[in-house]
Design a binder for this molecule. Structure first.
Ligand code: GLC
Length: 543
């Protein structure tokens, strides 16, 4: 990394960040699970993509009750994924290639195999060990509150001595008690542990949930079905949660450049401002485009609102079309428009609406070109650069997501976006590893492989490479100005004569008389076809 880049404290504001779900990226030791050495062996792919940073989803020791988001030891590497030495090698290799790394911190809950949870179970009611988690008595044989867990079922599980512990997610993910000073100190130690090893920042899992109001009287009756994490007054976004992040900011600022962080906070848009402020985490995910229809008006509103919110927080905005929790956007955009919203992970391949994949892909390319032209940080999810669709129809006995087991079977869960990447056209697991893959890859996977797409000049991969590289060249500041445009069309200008014209409509429109530097699909003479985006270079007027 060049010396100026190393000291640039603002690197994250306009970064292209690539999310790696480590178990599904590349498998170096042939056990069917991706690992850290696998990532290191594929750094050339990341270099070619031109990304600024990698966000690594959890790679810590875990029983995998929730794909690694059940952490049994926050300061170690899952032996199936490698060692701390492998981690150091990965960080060095990325840094040598000018790529930063942020790691996932999961502070709302641990895994049930965590030493402190095991100690809490052994120590019994009223002990200091139990106070690190949220244990309660309940007068009758009902859970202390009627809350439902995010993956289905009640949010409390009873232990043999009669007490109940709270888990907003799976029973294997007991919630920490953030009123306990030992918990606060332990997480600060974790932040320093990884910062000392050279990580550049952190992605904070469900940052809004850490503090809970369990003061009496606890609600009785049944509200399991109506529970909404974003707005539940006793569970989400309590004012005291921000004290935690103000404390973390002090830790981040012990380093030079300061470590950065991005909050995953499922809260109403206006409430994101505090998490993203420079006195707290510094940035927060905006998930609006994950839920947005493919529609110019909706995009314009989302862009306007989020640039305004980001300015209010003193941060930059973030943009996301796919991640490890959502149906991949090629598939989402191929659904009938009426089904676009509310499609979190409901596709089973059974009675689901028919997906028009060619259309989904066309729209996905157009959306990506629009997203990469926006000011702020672009978060990409592994495999979207290959145009991977969601894998539907994974056999029930091969599913892994707790959502599937606890719904039960009603919501198929998130495995379809976590299927291991294809690297080669043929071969065992399409180059993912030498011995199969932990989730089944469909037979068509080779067509999407890095090898196949490298050879095809019109591939999604070559389009991403070109777009990311041009973005770096063209991006000079964080300003954006909307231009007048017809309904169904989004047109905005960035400083230096860079414009983005996105035709969300179903009809062609005239292309202006300026140089096209990037096109998400084939152009038709002087026409911009339906569902296609271009970047233009327009002469700047010197004043
Ligand atoms: C976040 C993660 C998700 C995980 C959940 C519980 O939403 O993105 O994958 O299941 O938190 O940790």
């Amino acid at each position: 990394m060049n010396p100026a880049a190393v000291t640039d404290a603002d690197w994250y504001r306009q970064a292209v960040v690539y999310q790696i779900y480590p178990r599904s990226f590349a498998d170096a030791n042939g056990d069917g699970l991706g690992d850290l050495a696998g990532i290191t062996s594929r750094v050339d792919h990341l270099v070619r993509l031109g990304i600024d940073a990698v966000w690594l989803s959890p790679f810590y020791p875990s029983a995998l009750a929730d794909g690694g988001y059940d952490v049994d030891d926050y300061r170690n590497v899952d032996p199936r994924l490698g060692t701390l030495d492998d981690f150091d090698t990965l960080v060095d290799t990325l840094h040598t290639n000018g790529i930063r790394i942020i790691v996932d911190i999961v502070p709302n809950h641990s895994g049930s195999g965590h030493a402190w949870f095991q100690a809490a179970l052994a120590a019994g009611p009223g002990s200091p060990e139990r106070d690190r988690y949220i244990f309660r008595d309940s007068p009758d044989d009902e859970p202390p509150t009627p809350w439902g867990a995010s993956f289905g079922g009640p949010a409390w599980t009873q232990v043999p001595d009669g007490q109940w512990y709270l888990h907003l997610f799976d029973p294997a993910q007991p919630d920490w008690n953030w009123d306990n000073p030992e918990v606060i100190a332990d997480f600060e130690q974790t932040l320093r542990f990884w910062s000392d090893r050279g990580v550049d920042g952190f992605r904070i899992d469900v940052a809004n949930l850490l503090k809970k109001d369990l003061s009496e009287p606890l609600p009785r009756g049944r509200d399991e079905d109506g529970l909404s994490w974003a707005t539940h007054p006793r569970l989400s976004d309590l004012p005291s949660v921000h004290e935690i992040y103000r404390g973390w900011r002090k830790v981040f600022d012990e380093y030079s450049p300061p470590r950065v962080a991005v909050a995953e906070a499922w809260v109403p848009a206006a409430s994101r401002v505090a998490y993203a402020s420079p006195s707290e985490l510094g940035q927060a995910f905006n998930f609006d485009l994950l839920k947005a229809p493919f529609e110019a008006g909706a995009w314009r509103r989302i862009i306007t609102d989020n640039l305004e919110l980001a300015a209010r927080s003193g941060s930059s905005s973030t943009w996301v079309l796919s991640n490890h929790d959502m149906v991949r956007h090629v598939t989402r955009f191929g659904l009938p428009d009426s089904d676009l919203e509310g499609t979190r992970h409901k596709l089973s391949g059974g009675d689901d609406p028919v997906v028009d994949l060619p259309r989904g892909l066309r729209r996905a390319r157009a959306a990506t070109a629009a997203l990469l032209a926006l000011p702020g940080a672009a978060y990409l999810y592994q495999g979207e650069e290959l145009g991977l669709p969601e894998v539907v129809g994974i056999p029930d006995d091969q599913r892994q997501d707790p959502t599937f087991f606890r719904s039960p079977g009603v919501d198929v869960g998130r495995d379809g976006c976590r299927v291991p990447l294809p690297w080669t056209v043929d071969g065992t697991s399409f180059g993912f590893g030498t011995n199969g893959s932990h989730l089944p890859q469909p037979p068509s996977w080779g067509d999407f492989s890095v090898e196949a797409e490298t050879a095809d000049p019109d591939s999604v991969l070559n389009f991403y490479v070109e777009a990311v590289s041009l973005r770096h060249e063209l991006q000079t500041s964080e300003e954006l100005v909307f231009k007048d445009s017809a309904p169904g069309v989004l047109h905005f200008a960035r400083p230096g004569g860079w414009e983005c014209l996105a035709n969300f409509s179903e009809a062609s429109i005239d292309l202006p008389d300026s140089q096209v530097v990037l096109a998400s699909g084939e152009l038709d003479g002087d026409q911009l076809p339906a569902e296609t985006t271009v970047w233009l270079r327009v002469p700047t007027t010197k004043g």
